[in-house]
Design a protein around this ligand. Structure first.
Ligand SMILES: Cc1cc2nc3c(=O)[nH]c(=O)nc-3n(C[C@H](O)[C@H](O)[C@H](O)COP(=O)(O)OP(=O)(O)OC[C@H]3O[C@@H](n4cnc5c(N)ncnc54)[C@H](O)[C@@H]3O)c2cc1C
Ligand code: FES
Length: 279
């Protein structure tokens, strides 16, 4: 089943911001949706073009649909963004561990939870926000963008958490001027969080991991590496011996602190290590 491709038909398309698009995909066969959970991912195959991983932000068995939000970075994502309703794509999965939700149920309702997203990293956090707020746990969300032109999902997240949403932009064109990391640093002075989740650019995640670890706040982060097979066999996604497609893409603080490559190196498609640059 893991290698089987499901044919999906694009039913709607939305431009979310300058370089970010969403497609809703309908599946005749809804098997692919049955094992979805927040933080798991699927492989998108555009025949003759590319295959790449995306983490759906919405999936629903009843309507047999999945929603993908993605940023245009290269050939594959550019081709996907140029596709329109009625066209077919091929999808396999879901893969990976996803966020471990059980800790939430055991968490105190008095102490709030924190979710931090940077750029398009906010997309895989949407289903998690949905699950946490459905369990009526106190949740604070911090979203960081480069500028107001890059913002998306602000209204959706506001509907879930209201005033507990903090928006930051690097240039101050919306919300607080600065990065999501700066906003979390300030928030940690006033609030005691019991648990945190994050997804976004790795330099941001690395700084957050250090900050949260210093404060003793357990956390899970969704990392990105080059995913080729998604089946745990090719080794392209390995980070310090962990296969991101099998043991990840979500890692908790106990694993993160053991990863010498976290925040420092990633691998190119050729397998060669490349330093991660904080842009
Ligand atoms: C588990 C996981 C979930 C992801 N979820 C999302 C998401 O929800 N939304 C989103 O916008 N992006 C997501 N990404 C990143 C997305 O996979 C890449 O942006 C995409 O693969 C780029 O492909 P491309 O052909 O457009 O670019 P290319 O020109 O092929 O490559 C540009 C850069 O994108 C990255 N990349 C390319 N191919 C892959 C690949 N097969 N695996 C991982 N990285 C790759 C590399 O850093 C590469 O240098 C996710 C990545 C992972 C690993
Ligand atoms: S992508 Fe091949 S082992 Fe993970």
């Amino acid at each position: 089943m893991a290698r089987y491709y499901f044919k999906g038909i694009i039913t709607s398309k939305k431009k979310e911001s300058e370089n970010v698009f969403s497609h809703t995909i309908f599946f005749e066969d809804n098997k692919i949706l049955r094992k979805m959970k927040p933080g798991r991912f699927v492989m998108i195959w555009l025949p003759g073009c590319d295959e790449f991983p995306l983490s759906p932000l919405f999936y629903d068995i009843t309507s047999s649909t999945m929603r993908l939000t993605f940023k245009i970075v290269g050939l594959g994502t550019k081709a996907l963004a140029s596709m329109n309703p009625g066209q077919a794509i091929f999808v396999r999965g879901p893969y990976g561990n996803g966020f471990a939700i059980p800790p939430i149920t055991g968490l105190s309702r008095e102490k709030p939870l924190l979710i931090v997203g940077g750029g398009v990293g906010i997309a895989p956090l949407l289903p998690l926000i949905h699950v946490i707020t459905k369990n009526s746990l106190d949740l604070h969300v911090v979203c960081g963008f480069r500028s107001i032109l890059d913002t998306f999902f602000v209204d959706e997240i506001y509907r879930f958490v209201g005033e507990n949403l903090t928006i930051t932009t690097d240039d101050g064109s919306m919300g607080i001027k600065g990065t999501a990391v700066n906003a979390v640093r300030e928030l940690l002075k006033r609030k005691h969080f019991s648990y945190a989740f994050a997804c976004g650019p790795e330099p941001m995640l690395f700084k957050l991991h250090k900050m949260l670890s210093y404060k003793g706040i357990p956390h899970q982060m969704l990392l990105e590496r080059y995913v080729k097979c998604a089946l745990g066999v090719c080794g392209s996604c390995v980070i310090d011996g962990f296969r991101l497609c099998k043991e990840g893409p979500v890692f908790d603080n106990t694993v993160l602190k053991r990863l010498s490559e976290f925040g420092c190196f990633k691998r190119l498609p050729s397998g060669i290590k490349e330093p991660i640059v904080d842009s």
